[in-house]
Design a protein around this ligand. Structure first.
Ligand SMILES: [Zn+2]
Ligand SMILES: [Zn+2]
Length: 336
């Protein structure tokens, strides 16, 4: 088997068994509809699916499921787009979809030809720095050189930074370290309307977050401010949240969090400046108190850098009653 074949098999094996990473520990009893969601891609379109089955207080508020899927766009990958230009974006998406059918499949990283769309070639996959154990059980960064105490270091060990100054969220996991390949994936998703990697992103995220997705109640993306959403037309974090929701069966609530201040870009800011920049920038939208109460939330974003944004979101979620927040991102910047 050539190196290329090996890489392709690695990637494809995930595609064929999206439920694999979830299966070993999936407590089916907690979410009876979950197994269905794993195999039924259309499930997300049903309003009843978005009802968080385990969220306390669900029964007394039958209208809640509407709120979770609200502005109606859950059926489409463009769901988080700005309400001002839906037609345009749908046309663009359609155009790209048409192109995808006509053009040969390209690697998400380097555009080399690959066997199927939305995949990485073996070369990019090898360079993508997948984050693998041993990881800090809190922040998810690799604990290089440590072998652990009980033979399960990923369960036992935290890095020095997390031990001395633990974040507000319970844990964070990412698919890739933020190298050249991850940078390109994130940039294409964010600025270039490149959606063909969506299914792969969903699979990778579901695998990276498998340990906590099994007990999660709700997936919530980090929101963009309205003005930025209008400019960019979609929220890449909401697209990732929906992708991982489809695979894990955990409902996503793209509107649960609202960015109340249009914060400047975190790029180039120090850790302290980042924290100041996003302080109080997020709030929970009215109507989500029920689903969030005592819930385990999976907060999804494209990249986790210092964690300042994730912490600001976590504080807003916990203020609204969330019990636990796990952060799941495509890429992770930094070293422990
Ligand atoms: Zn490539
Ligand atoms: Zn850590």
């Amino acid at each position: 088997m050539s190196e290329t074949d090996a890489g392709a098999v690695l990637l494809r094996s995930g595609a064929e068994r999206p439920d694999k990473s979830m299966a070993p520990t999936a407590p089916g009893a907690e979410r009876p509809d979950k197994s269905m969601a794993l195999t039924a891609p259309g499930a997300a379109e049903r309003p009843d699916k978005s009802m968080a089955p385990t969220a306390p207080g669900a029964a007394e508020r039958p209208d809640k499921s509407m709120a979770l899927t609200a502005p109606g766009a859950a059926e489409r990958p463009d769901k988080s787009m700005a309400p001002t230009a839906p037609g345009t974006v749908r046309l663009r998406a359609l155009g790209r979809w048409g192109l995808d059918l006509l053009l040969p499949a390209q690697c998400l990283g380097c555009r080399a030809l690959v066997g199927e769309p939305g995949r990485l070639c073996s070369g990019c996959f090898a360079q993508a720095h997948l984050l693998a154990p041993p990881l800090c059980r809190v922040c998810g960064l690799p604990l290089a050189g440590l072998t652990g105490i009980s033979g399960k270091p990923e369960l036992d060990l935290a890095c020095g930074r997390c031990l001395s100054d633990p974040p507000d969220y319970e844990r964070a996991r990412a698919v890739f370290a933020f190298g050249d390949v991850a940078k390109r994936l994130v940039h294409d998703l964010k600025y270039h309307d490149r959606m063909e990697g969506r299914a792969s992103f969903g699979e990778w995220l579901a695998r990276a977050g498998a340990e906590f997705l099994v007990s999660a109640n709700l997936i919530v993306p980090v929101p963009l401010h309205y003005f930025r959403l209008v400019r960019r037309r979609y929220n890449q974090a909401a697209i990732l949240a929906r992708a991982v929701s489809e695979i894990s069966g955990v409902p996503s609530a793209p509107l649960a969090l609202k960015r109340v201040r249009d914060t400047k870009s975190q790029t180039g800011l120090s850790a302290e400046a980042r924290a100041r920049n996003v302080k109080g920038a997020f709030t929970v939208r009215k109507g989500f108190a029920g689903p969030l109460k005592d819930a385990h939330i999976v907060l999804v974003d494209d990249v986790l850098t210092t964690g300042a944004t994730a912490e600001a979101c976590t504080r807003a979620l916990k203020k609204a009653g969330a019990r636990e927040v796990s952060v799941l991102t495509l890429a992770r910047v930094g070293e422990p």
